[in-house]
Structures are given as structure tokens and as C-alpha cells.
Design a protein around this ligand. Structure first.
Ligand SMILES: C[S@@+](CC[C@H](N)C(=O)[O-])C[C@H]1O[C@@H](n2cnc3c(N)ncnc32)[C@H](O)[C@@H]1O
Length: 293
């Protein structure tokens, strides 16, 4: 199960690298297929291709695919690139609580299951909440509750997570798991349109009273969510935005659909936003961690 899942995810990562040169690398439980249309090929992509090919031809050798920066100024720095086996290994080092595993597996049978964050992402979110000593959190985009449950599990008994979601059916699953995990008292479920909910929190005098926020909803609304959350989160608080790498499409100049452009613009804006310190982390589909100055 984990291997199939890892292969699926790694194929996305491989695709992410490969779109750079219009090269498609896809993973299946049987192995990895690499196909390069004629004319494709950039320096970095070719390097990655060679490494991926090594992985395919020698599946028992040390699995060390890496990406090397295209720009010589980075001094041939080798950056780790997840292969299916390496990601599987990483997942085997994630401490996923049993209740989260159950929720993940139940959600995997549902429509839209690819939307839930990965266990390694959830672990990072939970750790950020712990490092901050957070009491008050907000999540924008709950789905069936995987990331929100990860946060609620580590919140203190007096803590509170405002969980915003517009889809009633997925909220039913989330509520059931909050119950089962014994954290319902920490989760304030808000069924509705996220921007309206965030605005109502501000109108309710809750500005600067939150420690942590996670954004994982309508991607084209990221800038608006961010502005609202920047009002709601205190100085020293953290806002995390998911899907900032958008399956690699943000780095592909040939991809210009509305969602990709909007995520690209958001990334550019946040890069220049002096109100926050930032770190874009290549975990899951990419998350940017923002610390409010
Ligand atoms: C990527 S999923 C969230 C996954 C979740 N964080 C998890 O780990 O399982 C995005 C969710 O955001 C919800 N959503 C999208 N736009 C929304 C909006 N404007 N207001 C509230 N919820 C929204 C969708 O219904 C969907 O369930």
C-alpha cells in the first residue's frame, strides 16, 4: 500500500522534474517508465533522466537520485530527489498516529482522496504547532480532516482549531474522526465559505489572536486567505500554504492555466512580502511556511 502510494507520489515528483524538458517519467508498482518526446531536454532534466535511468536499470543499487542546480553559481550542489524507494523509506520514518492512519485509509476509498496531505506533511504541521506552543489555530480547507486532526491531536486540552470547510459530506467524516480521537472539544467546525468565515472572525474582534494557520483550499484564493490570516495571526505566528509547487507546473513556462498562474503569482508576491519571513519546502506538493514579523 505504502509502496504503491509512494510510487504514485514519486511519479508526480518525477513528472515535476520532467516537465521542465517535456519529459514524462511515470511510476507503477512494476517500475518506472521514462519517455522523452523528440526535441526535449535541458541540462538539469538530462541529469535527472540519467539518474532516473540508473534507478530503473539497477533497482537494488544504492538509490541516490539527485538533482543538480542548473546554474553554475550554485556550485554543482546536489539536492536529494525522492525516488519511490526513498520516499517509502521516509514514510517508514513518519510517526503517524493510528487514528490518522485509519482516517487516511478510509479517505483513500473516497472521491478526492488525493487532496489529503501526506503523512510527512501532517507530521511537519503538527511539529510546527508544537514548536510554537500554539493554542489557537485555523485551517482553511478541511476535507475529511487528515491535517486538521494531526493539528488537533497535538494541541493542548485548552487549545482550539477553527476548521473551515464548505463541503458538508467530507465534514461528516472529519467530525466522526475528531470524536473517535477524543479531540472534538478542541475543534470549532465552521461549515461555509472560508473567506466569509475568516472575515467574520476579524469582525468578531479576533485579529492577532491566532498562533498558527494552514491554507489548503481554493488555490486561486490564496492571496485573499493570506491577507485575512495575516490579520488573524499574531506577530511571531505562522501561516503555512499548501500546493505552492503545484505538481511542478509553476516552474514550467509552457503551463499557463488560471490556477497555475495564480499560484505562481502568489509565490512571487509572498517572495517580496516583507511582513513575513518565508521558507518554501519541497514536501508533499510544496508548502511555504510564513512567519509573521
Ligand atoms: C485539498 S482539500 C483539503 C485537504 C485537507 N487539508 C486534508 O489534509 O485532508 C481542499 C478542501 O477545501 C475545500 N474548499 C475549497 N474551496 C473552499 C472555500 N471557498 N471555502 C471552504 N472550503 C473550501 C474543499 O471542499 C476541499 O475539501
Amino acid at each position: 500500500m505504502a509502496t504503491t502510494w509512494a510510487l504514485h507520489r514519486c511519479s508526480c515528483l518525477a513528472y515535476q522534474r520532467a516537465t521542465f524538458a517535456a519529459t514524462v517519467i511515470s511510476g507503477t508498482p512494476q517500475g518506472i517508465t521514462v519517455s522523452i518526446p523528440s526535441g526535449g531536454g535541458g541540462f538539469r532534466a538530462l541529469k535527472f533522466f540519467r539518474l532516473a535511468k540508473n534507478y530503473c536499470s539497477s533497482p537494488t543499487s544504492t538509490d541516490t537520485a539527485v538533482v543538480v542546480a542548473n546554474d553554475d553559481k550554485y556550485g554543482n550542489k546536489q539536492v536529494i530527489s525522492l525516488t519511490p524507494r526513498l520516499y517509502d523509506y521516509m514514510l517508514s520514518n513518519v510517526r503517524e498516529p493510528e487514528i490518522l492512519r485509519q482516517l487516511r485509509e478510509e479517505t483513500a476509498t473516497m472521491r478526492g482522496s488525493q487532496m489529503q496531505v501526506s503523512p510527512d506533511q501532517a507530521q511537519l504541521l503538527a511539529m510546527l504547532v508544537q514548536i510554537l506552543g500554539a493554542q489557537r489555530c485555523i485551517e482553511v480547507g478541511v476535507y475529511t480532516g487528515y491535517s486538521s486532526l494531526a493539528v488537533a491531536l497535538v494541541l493542548p486540552e485548552s487549545g482550539c482549531l477553527v476548521a473551515c470547510e464548505r463541503d458538508a459530506n467530507s465534514l461528516d467524516v472529519a467530525r466522526r474522526y475528531y470524536e473517535r480521537a477524543g479531540v472534538s472539544h478542541k475543534v470549532n467546525v465552521k461549515h461555509g465559505i472560508a473567506a466569509d468565515i475568516l472575515n467574520s472572525l476579524i469582525l468578531n474582534g479576533e485579529a492577532s489572536s491566532y498562533d498558527f494557520a494552514f491554507v489548503d483550499a481554493e488555490k486561486r484564493m490564496n492571496q485573499e486567505y493570506f491577507e485575512l490570516l495575516l490579520q488573524l495571526v499574531r506577530v511571531g505566528g505562522v501561516i503555512v500554504i499548501d500546493n505552492v509547487l503545484w505538481h511542478g507546473k509553476v516552474a514550467d513556462p509552457l503551463v499557463n492555466d488560471a490556477k497555475t498562474i495564480s499560484i505562481r503569482n502568489f509565490n512571487k508576491t509572498i517572495m517580496e512580502d516583507k511582513r513575513v519571513s518565508i521558507s518554501m519546502v519541497p514536501i508533499g506538493d510544496g508548502m511555504t511556511i510564513c512567519w509573521k514579523r
